[in-house]
Design a protein around this ligand. Structure first.
Ligand code: ME8
Length: 647
């Protein structure tokens, strides 16, 4: 058996500084489509995604929340994974930059670059954008602000290590402009890199920090942690086992076939990353693609701007494949695309409910009505078939080429043109008229067969985008596995001649746009509130034993004080029926400490002790969110005994 050809595709590793939003969904879905396509082509795919967990921003956020950075990222990473599972993302590996094997790789990479003379020690002064963790030169600022996010920058200076990026300028320019290599797409990004960064003079890059601790320590100078971008970019090779013993797949998968991201981080991937790889004597990625942004009310949808549409709510209400389809259909290659709920509803109604859903349900219903569900095998061709056939024949090559180059919206547009053509074919052939004349039964069966076969061929090509809907359609049209492979999309008439259809549930119910808009509006956080107020969806089932592992007890608050230098934490002394315990809780914003003294509260008492702001916490006080976005502790009746177990 010949060995499968490897294919390696990556998303950026996302910052777990806030929960994932539909912007992150777009990139991850686009990669998922390519990964699924490549698997259908019989390739051995490595689809990598993950999270970029170090840096000052995370350290600051954790401090604000009164928890350790590791605890902070653990919670959010779980939400990323939950979302990818919900969306059916078929990633093969999930890397976290806090994984020990990755840290080991980064430390060795930094050491190697230092030993080889590509990293040297110096002093950095510059303009620093804290949220973006980026230093900028004066000339790169836009109106004195960070050119990426538009926020204020501050003067910053520190002893630091530098990567000799300037030395690579000629090679980088050659690399990016080499038409044969064609490494960066779309082409407009090449001009941007060359004209805005290389031509004005590429500066050496500051690649270490001393101003915070939450990073990978530089092994030979432990005051310093490695700059997050050097740490983050290394993920693409550490995940394959470069300089670590966790994996051993560099030979198999490197160089990457495609790094996918949005435009704002193309700079890091097309300048710093190739320079690092050249310095390490490693081959360069074959393709870097920078897509546009999903915008929302004019700006990039982002965690910090509070304009986030919750993908859990959208998929709960309208289905996973509807959201997948909409996001992928709406984003033209290389350009931005606005997101509104209304656009999504219109898209679902027109493309999915009207065109695709109706085509399937009408065709299946007619096979049942006119032939009892199973078609006879005789056929009678007609010139009316030709255009539909020739469109179907041309479709696979176009769709595959578009998917492979991330022109996913174009591929979907082409598929839906054929679906529209198939609907027109129904009207042209008027099966209800053919059905009235017994002599036309063979032609009627032919028309219905051609429709089923067209649905089959289109559905195969849609399946990377709609992996949950495709099997449901195949079932309805009676398409067995052997005629749903990628190759079978090019084969006319692969569907069994005496096919039997099965009536199934409506694939995409029509959305009442006005009603849904009003309901979503009622669900969405109000302007002055934080977006996090949207209710968390119900978690997956767990078993009673899971619950029994938690020891939840009643406790009476003896005293309660604000923790010095923390605006979040309260320190409680609690009568727990067993001699008392100290618990810290991050609810200082919502209470005056004295309000809580004397209350009987609920607490989890068997978590391991945890230090916060130098104080030990022995448990967790239960609380719940209020409609205004605050928190109230769970209060028990005064007659409940301290130490009583909650069950
Ligand atoms: O930049 N539209 O992480 P990040 C489209 N950790 N795509 C969007 C988007 C939007 N509105 N918002 C986010 C980082 N994205 C670094 C990456 S890689 C070695 C390190 C997607 O959490 C898009 O892919 O800010 C964008 O490039 C990425 O999320 C930024 O994610």
């Amino acid at each position: 058996m010949s060995e499968k050809k490897p294919y390696y595709i990556t998303t950026p590793i996302y910052y777990p500084s806030g929960n994932p939003h539909i912007g992150h969904c777009y990139t991850t879905l686009a990669c998922d489509v390519v990964a699924r396509l490549k698997r259908m082509q019989g390739m051995d795919v490595m689809f990598l995604t993950g999270t970029d967990e170090h840096g000052q921003k995370i350290e600051d956020k954790a401090k604000e929340a009164g928890i350790t950075p590791q605890q902070y990222v653990d919670d959010i990473v779980a939400n990323f994974k939950r979302l990818w599972e919900r969306l059916g993302i078929s990633y093969d590996r999930f890397i976290r930059t806090t994984d020990p094997y990755h840290v080991e790789s980064v430390q060795k990479i930094f050491e190697t670059l230092y030993k080889k003379g590509y990293i040297y020690k110096g002093e950095y002064t510059g303009k620093y954008c804290k949220p973006c963790e980026s230093f900028w030169t004066e000339s790169q600022l836009v109106d004195g602000k960070c050119p990426d996010c538009g926020r204020d920058v501050v003067d910053a200076s520190e002893e630091a290590y530098f990567l000799k990026l300037s030395q690579f300028a000629p090679q980088l320019e050659k690399l990016l402009t080499d038409e044969e290599l064609n490494i960066l797409e779309p082409k407009s990004r090449v001009n941007e890199m060359v004209n805005n960064f290389i031509k004005p003079g590429l500066q050496d890059l500051c690649v270490s920090r001393t101003s915070f601790k939450w990073g990978v320590p530089v092994t030979f100078d432990d005051k310093h942690v490695v700059y997050v971008w050097v740490d983050a970019l290394s993920n693409y090779i550490s995940a394959l086992g470069y300089e670590n013993s966790e994996y051993n797949e560099m030979d198999k998968y490197w160089p990457a076939d495609m790094h996918v991201m949005a435009k704002e981080i193309v700079r890091f991937h097309s300048l710093i990353w190739p320079a690092m790889l050249m310095a390490l004597d490693l081959p360069l990625p074959k393709k870097i693609v920078g897509h546009g942004w999903i915008t929302f009310g004019g700006g990039k949808m982002s965690k910090s701007s509070g304009n986030v549409v919750d993908p859990f709510i959208l998929t709960d209400r309208y289905g996973v494949d509807a959201l997948r389809y909409h996001l992928l259909r709406e984003m033209p290659f290389g350009a931005d695309a606005p997101y509104t709920n209304e656009m999504m509803f219109n898209r679902i109604n027109s493309d999915l409910a009207n065109d695709l859903g109706n085509l399937v349900s009408r065709t299946v219903a007619m096979v049942i009505k006119y032939f009892g569900g199973t078609l006879p095998v005789e056929r009678e061709a007609d010139a009316l078939d030709d255009e539909l056939f020739s469109m179907l024949d041309a479709l696979p090559a176009k769709v595959i080429a578009d998917y492979e180059t991330l022109h996913i919206a174009d591929a979907l547009e082409a598929i839906f043109k054929v679906i529209a053509r198939a609907n027109k074919y129904i009207d042209e052939n008027a099966p209800w008229v053919l059905a009235k004349d017994e002599a036309k039964a063979t032609r009627l069966a032919t028309v219905l067969y051609n429709l089923l076969d067209a649905v089959r061929r289109c559905t195969i090509l849609l399946s990377p985008v709609m992996p949950h809907t495709a099997p449901a359609i195949f079932e309805q049209i009676g398409a067995a596995d052997d005629c749903t492979t990628l190759e079978a999309a090019s084969i006319k008439g692969a569907l069994k001649a005496d096919v039997t259809v099965v009536k199934g549930p409506v694939l995409f119910p029509r959305i009442d746009v006005e009603k849904e808009l009003a309901e979503l509006e009622a669900l969405s956080p109000k302007k002055e509130e934080k977006p996090e107020i949207a209710l968390e969806p119900i978690k997956e089932n767990c078993v009673f034993d899971d619950f029994m592992k938690l020891d939840i007890r009643a406790g009476k608050v003896i005293s309660c004080e604000k923790v010095k230098k923390s605006d979040k934490l309260l320190c409680f002394q609690i009568d727990d029926g067993f001699g008392g315990r100290q618990i810290l809780s991050g609810i200082a914003k919502y209470y005056e400490p004295e309000q809580l003294v004397g209350k009987t509260i609920a607490m989890i008492v068997n978590f391991p002790p945890r230090k916060m702001m130098g104080l030990e916490s022995n448990g967790m006080i239960l609380s719940a969110q209020t409609a205004e976005g605050g928190f109230r502790v769970v209060e028990l009746g005064d007659n409940v005994m301290p130490g009583a177990q909650l069950s």
